[in-house]
Design a protein around this ligand. Sequence first.
Ligand SMILES: [Zn+2]
Length: 252
Amino acid sequence: MKPFPVLLTFDLDGETAFEEMHPGIGYYVTQGGYGPRKGVYRIMDLLDQYDIKATFCVVGQTAERYPEAVEEIISRGHEIACHGYTHRGYNALDPEIEIEYIKKSRGLLEDFTGERILGHRTPRWRPSERTHKNLVDLGFLWNSDYMGSEECFYNKIDGEASRLLEIPVAYNLDDWTFYFDWGANVKETVDVWEIEFDARYKDRSLFCLTNHPQVTGRPSRLLCLKGIIEYACKYPDVEFMKATDYVKEYWG
Ligand SMILES: [Zn+2]
């Protein structure tokens, strides 16, 4: 039996998520900038302690503003995936803007990596009805927006299964939901993640965590990430994987 896969994914939004939701309000926007300025480094230092490689979904504008953060993510051996050019959901974009943004963000991220970027997560987890076809046409291997399943599946386009693998996400495995939407504390959060981990381990599905450097990069919240890493490490057959490695090894 293959190891139980654990995917730690980090959405490097920078200011863009708050700029979209609360434009011009520094109180919010500076929280976003904390991610690429400080939080991402704290997270990478933690991952280094456990020799874990992760996947960072990076907004194009954030890569332009904080190139040093993107370079550091790459130099430490993590994967870079596309997370839009701005943080607007694609369902709110005109069709020609959506495809332009996907191409633009992938192109500028590939200038950093020097290799093809194969993964994508739509800003705000809001794809349009065109998104999956666009991603297939552009050669992406995986997308990660859907919440209706714990198991991966191939997205359907015009009723036919495509070769675009969907890596499902979940509200109860997202740091933003706990701390911003629900006002949870660190202990409550890690308790839920451990219970969810046990259930998914039993089902042999997948444990895919979505964290944000502007959220989990704070000192106390980092202890929650550390807690779930140590919890997962207690299991003998757990493997922390970059998303594209997982897709190729388990779905290739
Ligand atoms: Zn995001």
